[in-house]
Ligand binder design. Structure first.
Ligand code: ADP
Ligand code: 5GP
Length: 210
């Protein structure tokens, strides 16, 4: 059976992560998109348990205490975290899992799950990022400013990532994401296992060779 892989997507607010992931999920029905918990208020059109699990700060604290989160971070005045249970279930079922999380959380995930693949989504220019963030119209001027400041910090971490996709045109960015996911399933370890040539552990080799 195909092994599920964990793909971590980060990038500045307003770069178009939700937009390209929506298109990717339409193209690839079998991907599991991890729905995060957050203390942020829903934006118009956002549905509880579909876009986020919207939680009070008290409820969020409880999730941390119960160790229900794979990672969590504070982002421009709110908390965000990844429920671990569904991620593990999907991977076990052989599904590719996508997390849309900021850079601190991405770093925590890679510490816990070293085979996670990190992809950074970048804007074609800062001017365009500012335009997208402002024209989305979901945040007040102070929040937009905070998100742009955070975007500059995040960009400093982009070179830690395994891949970078520039969201110039949605269809093109989604095709690059698909290409990365295909390539990651072409690693020798996975291909060898799929044809029954799993790498032997030292213990297995010793047992076989006497
Ligand atoms: P994020 O999830 O990264 O915060 P969104 O997906 O909400 O960003 O996108 C922010 C805004 O930019 C939205 O209004 C969206 O329609 C627009 N947008 C996304 N991708 C593109 C693109 N390739 N070209 C032009 N506008 C885009
Ligand atoms: P937004 O408020 O625009 O939906 O998200 C703000 C930022 O929080 C984005 O960079 C997004 O990737 C990040 N984010 C969303 N969910 C999580 C999560 O579960 N954990 C972490 N660490 N960041 C998240």
């Amino acid at each position: 059976m195909k092994r599920g892989r964990l793909f971590v997507i980060s990038g500045p607010s307003g770069v178009g992560k939700s937009t390209i992931l929506k298109e990717l999920l339409q193209r690839q029905k079998d991907i599991y998109f991890s729905v995060s918990a957050t203390t942020r208020k829903p934006r118009p059109g956002e549905i509880d348990s579909v876009h986020y699990h919207f939680r009070t700060p008290e409820e969020f604290r409880r999730l941390i205490e119960e160790e229900a989160l794979l990672e969590w971070a504070e982002y421009v005045g709110n908390y965000y975290g990844t429920p671990v249970k569904y991620v593990d279930e999907a991977i076990k079922k052989g599904q590719n899992v996508i997390l849309d999380i900021e850079v601190q959380g991405a770093r925590s995930v890679v510490q816990k799950r070293p085979d996670a693949v990190r992809i950074f989504i970048a804007p074609p220019s800062w001017k365009e990022l500012e335009r997208r963030l402002t024209e989305r119209g979901t945040d007040d001027a102070k929040t937009v400013k905070g998100r742009l400041a955070r975007a500059r910090e995040e960009f400093e971490r982009a070179s830690d990532y395994d891949y970078m996709v520039i969201n110039d045109e949605v269809g093109h960015a989604v095709s690059e994401l698909e290409a990365i996911m295909i390539a990651e399933h072409c690693r020798p370890a996975e291909k060898m296992a799929s044809i029954g040539h799993a790498k032997k552990t030292k213990k297995q080799a010793k047992r076989q060779n006497g």
